[in-house]
Design a protein around this ligand. Structure first.
Ligand SMILES: Cc1cc2nc3c(=O)[nH]c(=O)nc-3n(C[C@H](O)[C@H](O)[C@H](O)COP(=O)(O)OP(=O)(O)OC[C@H]3O[C@@H](n4cnc5c(N)ncnc54)[C@H](O)[C@@H]3O)c2cc1C
Length: 494
């Protein structure tokens, strides 16, 4: 039950039109794409600038209410979905402004609720770009969400993941103070470097929003490469695809490297791209540079990294994805509107990736009959982040995210199998982005690292008000949701 006084304070902070108390709206605002349980927030408030954001956090703190930030709600790991009754949902989507573009120093400062697409479009006239320039969900997902999940995709082979491009943050702490980290920390006005003494920025990156609420972010920029080239190589199986990706990623020349299996090939064929259809796997590589000769030379160099018999096929797919980076996924999955997709992933060093691929094969063998009986399909995508490899298998099952829930038993089985897969990937040495409230982070972490992290949380948020349960930092509250209870899952994300 939300106190009238808290709602009054939130209205005072952001205005009555930006506070939500309607239970149905709150249920939708609190859902993500995990199909996992969420306790609807008690109230939501949407600030438009840092002062308002700080006022919302401070109001929650005064009333000892939990608080969870949300961006685009495009996650599938119960990341922003409250695990505790009475939570204030801080909706960052009105904080979507690009505050300062500095073309000389190559920095950009944005409000945390700015989407990757908005940022990309704002930077484009200046011929600059962030090196990692967004997840494929960047039409809706935000800079703050991606930094909290450490998202990866566009530019990730060459420039790493979202967290790698951050110079500084301004973060509202649980008690309502604003902490400035990295390049935001010095008293001088210039944004110089992330490191001036020990850097606190990392504590708030890949943190599932557990450590504080990001208000403003400064990211590094680079001149936008004027020329782009691509190549696609066919692979016999996932192991061959991993070998090709490892060889292509090793020199650090490519901007993007990702691989699709036959499921994706069929989706692509539905869009008119049928070159991959006869192959079990394809590896896509994108290079970019300031001149066509440089791009051509990079492609020649990368081809030489592969065995002379590597089969190269038409490169239209990566070029088409590049032309519509934030819309391509939606277009491809348009025909799949009547299925829910439940991805899970592990990040591996190249030396461990083959073991993880064996795990996927064993999983499919073990559950072949069960998957068929419940009509559960699977597909897998691979993505290079620097020299590391993400293996992302997805389970999919008929039905929608909203009211059309499909067969509840099939969903339940898909959710169970997804958890099993996550555990098995963990045993093979996976680490994870998007830890949210899903992956068994504590179990996978060295105990002293966990204790140090828990101590930092204790220092910043002694009452576990900020996104309780994220990263498994649950505090001692008995009402936290511990295990999935799918019947509580309702509604698609708003
Ligand atoms: C179709 C589709 C495509 C996708 N493609 C990719 C992809 O290519 N790469 C990839 O890595 N992921 C991908 N994802 C997953 C997801 O979109 C990303 O993790 C994305 O970065 C989430 O951003 P968001 O703004 O939606 O965050 P949300 O889902 O709203 O929140 C994510 C987490 O961040 C926290 N958070 C949000 N804003 C703040 C803030 N200001 N301060 C503190 N904490 C905050 C939340 O509390 C939560 O814990 C995809 C998902 C879908 C559905």
């Amino acid at each position: 039950v939300t106190s009238t006084a808290l709602v009054g304070d939130l209205i005072g902070a952001v205005g009555v039109e930006h506070v939500v108390v309607d239970p149905i709206a709150l249920e939708r605002l609190s859902a993500d794409y995990s199909l996992e349980p969420a306790i609807p927030a008690a109230v939501a408030a949407a600030p438009a600038q840092t002062g308002e954001l700080v006022a919302v956090v401070a109001a929650a703190a005064r009333h000892r209410a939990g608080i969870a930030a949300r961006g685009g709600a495009m996650s599938y790991t119960r990341a922003h979905s409250p695990a505790r009754e009475g939570t204030v949902l801080l909706d960052t989507r009105r904080m979507d402004q690009v505050l300062a573009i500095n073309e000389t120093d190559l920095t950009v400062t944005v409000q945390a609720g700015c989407t990757w697409e908005q940022l990309y479009l704002a930077l484009r006239p200046h011929d600059v770009r962030t090196p990692f320039w967004g997840p494929l969900s960047g039409h809706s997902s935000t800079v703050g969400g991606a930094l909290s999940q450490n998202a990866a995709f566009l530019g990730s082979a060459g420039h790493g993941s979202a967290a790698d491009g951050v110079l500084g943050l301004s973060v509202a702490l649980a008690d309502g103070r604003l902490l400035r980290t990295g390049a935001h920390a010095p008293r001088s006005p210039g944004l110089v470097d992330r490191h001036f003494g020990p850097d606190l920025t990392g504590v708030f990156l890949a943190d599932a929003g557990a450590m504080g609420v990001k208000a403003e972010v400064t990211l590094a920029l680079m001149p936008t490469p004027t020329h782009v080239g691509a190549a696609v190589f066919a692979a016999r199986d996932i192991h061959h695809a991993l070998d090709l990706m490892t060889a292509l990623a090793r020199p650090g020349v490519a901007s993007d490297i990702y691989a699709f299996d036959g499921f994706y090939h069929r989706l692509l064929a539905g869009q008119g791209f049928d070159a991959a259809l006869r192959w079990p796997w394809t590896v896509n590589v994108v290079v970019e540079g300031p001149a066509q000769e440089i791009v051509n030379a990079q492609l020649v160099f990368l081809r030489r990294q592969l065995a002379p018999d590597a089969t190269e096929i038409d490169a239209s797919v990566p070029l088409a994805m590049r032309a519509d980076p934030f819309g391509a996924t939606r277009t491809m999955f348009a025909a799949e509107a009547q299925a829910v997709h439940l991805p899970v992933h592990g990040i591996f060093a190249p030396s461990a990736a083959h073991g993880a691929a064996d795990e996927l094969r064993d999983f499919a063998d073990r559950h072949r009959e069960r998957l068929a009986r419940h009509g559960i399909g699977t597909w897998t995508m691979l993505v290079a982040v620097g020299r590391r490899l993400i293996l992302e298998p997805t389970l999919f099952v008929a039905g929608g995210y909203g009211d059309d829930g499909g067969d509840p038993r099939a969903r339940q089985v898909a959710l169970e199998l997804r958890r099993e897969l996550a555990r098995h990937l963990g045993r093979r040495g996976a680490i994870h982005n998007q830890v949210g409230k899903y992956y068994p982070f504590r179990e996978l972490l060295d105990p002293v690292s966990w204790e140090a992290l828990a101590a930092v949380k204790q220092l910043l948020d002694p009452d576990h008000l900020v996104n309780a349960g994220a990263l498994g930092l649950a505090g001692a509250e008995p009402e936290l949701v511990a295990e999935p209870a799918p019947e509580r899952t309702r509604g698609a994300p708003a």
